[in-house]
Design a protein around this ligand. Structure first.
Ligand SMILES: N[C@@H](CCC(=O)N[C@@H](CS)C(=O)NCC(=O)O)C(=O)O
Length: 214
């Protein structure tokens, strides 16, 4: 049985959604950022930096959502795009982390650092501006309804996760193409099933976290 180690709303949602799209049977082991469960020796044996996602599959463990995405798609021969789109597929898969790093920095500033004196308004503004730039790249890069001309693929999942969470930090109003793409993805039955299995929100409890005025 495939087992996904997951924290609700975290990057592991990418793999939860991908597994639903691939139609694979799997179980979810839910963790929390707030109870030290990612720092136990048992968990560190699965994910040495204590991060999610981690996946137990084929008698081994895998960490890094990009590697897990590629492994699952190659294993199943699905959601890889057309052969001629291989380089674009890889580029988008890794660009997903360029977006996610800004989301992670903003999450740290707005949510993980609990006291105002710990936060940097400059970093919050800078990271929001840099996140917005990465989302502009996605808006410009959309090839019709999805990221690849051949249609929906796993890179739509990888990249859109950053935009879905990112919209809690930057407005998508200037990016109508990206908003429409997110709406199309949200209509997918596998996405709806993944949302049901995601668990109770524990990281993002507000719709929007504005950057402090400069
Ligand atoms: N590049 C890694 C990043 C994994 C990562 O940092 N995940 C976050 C959640 S979005 C995490 O587990 N944070 C827990 C921590 O930093 O202690 C991936 O895509 O899998």
């Amino acid at each position: 049985m495939i087992r996904l180690h997951h924290v609700p709303q975290a990057r592991s949602f990418r793999i939860l959604w991908l597994l639903e799209e691939l139609g694979l049977p799997f179980e979810v082991a839910e963790h929390s950022f707030f109870d030290k469960s990612l720092r136990t020796p048992d968990y560190l044996a699965l994910s040495p930096a204590g991060r999610v996602p981690a996946l137990e599959i084929d008698g081994r463990r895998l960490f890094e959502s990009g590697a897990i995405t590629q492994y699952l798609c190659e294993r199943e021969g699905a959601l890889l795009g057309a052969p001629a789109e291989r380089a674009d597929w890889l580029e988008w898969l890794h660009f997903a982390e360029t977006i996610a790093v800004h989301v992670a920095n903003l999450t740290q500033q707005h949510i993980v650092l609990r006291e105002d004196w710990m936060r940097s308004p400059t970093v919050m503004r800078l990271e929001a501006a840099r996140l917005a730039k990465t989302l502009e790249v996605v808006e410009r890069g959309l090839a019709g309804d999805h990221l690849l001309p051949s249609g929906f693929s796993a890179v739509d999942i990888a990249v859109s996760y950053g935009a879905m969470i990112g919209q809690r930090f930057v407005s998508l109003d200037p990016l109508p193409g990206l908003r429409d793409w997110l709406a199309r993805l949200s209509d997918r039955p596998a996405f709806a099933r993944a949302v049901v299995r995601d668990g109770v929100a524990q990281i993002y409890t507000r719709d929007f976290y504005p950057a402090p005025e400069g």
